[in-house]
Write a protein that binds this ligand. Sequence first.
Ligand code: SF4
Length: 249
Amino acid sequence: MLPVPYLSISQINKYLTCPKQYEFRYVQKIPESKGSPLVVGSSFHKVIEESNRQKLDTGEILSDEEMKDIYDSYWKKNVHDIDWKPDENPDEEKERGFILAKAYLHDDIGKSLNPAGFEAKFDVEVEGIPFRGFIDIIEEDGHIRDLKTSKKTPAENVAEQSLQLAGYSYAYRYLTGNYEAGCSLDFAVSLKTGPKIVRRETEITDYRMDRFKDTFYNVANAIDKEIYYRNEGTACSWCSFRDICKGEE
Ligand code: SF4
């Protein structure tokens, strides 16, 4: 039995990163600390979503001042949860997310969005196992877009390796009976030279879809069997459960 009544991409990714981390988070239900990138990313998302909602209504995106108001109020609600690292500057991090949101909305990639839905929730099944998630943006023409913020330019093949896009494609096909027009990860990257917007596109082939279903099924099966080993490695350095897991080491 699953400890949560459905699997999601974030659960699968957590299990694949380290099964013990999954156990701490979803079986023992120990809260995880929230790093600043999470709040920067969700504040960024909020502005993109609200601006595109207005575009649907009026044909125009939000003004920079309206974007700033939305960003600031979302940030204010969530900033208290951040577990700051000693070398982070909260004001700079806050500003970084806003600069990225503005850059994305004024870039040709952001301007070309024609969304039919935002944060589209889905509940489907893979091999009889419940699968839940939210697709950032589905465009009118059937393109699936996921938005990311980053401090580094993503690799050219990052979308080709995205389990998330394969999962969203699965849900889209399950619910509509059609193939999506395409899938992409849209990145807003903060570089020292300024913000940069890049799109990484991919196609979900039948072979790749089979691999997604295979991964989904096998992770669910391992969770059902309560296989929670420690996958010690680079993930330990940013793991929220490090103290619990490694004690006084
Ligand atoms: S500290 Fe390392 S081994 Fe332990 S739960 Fe975290 S990632 Fe896994």
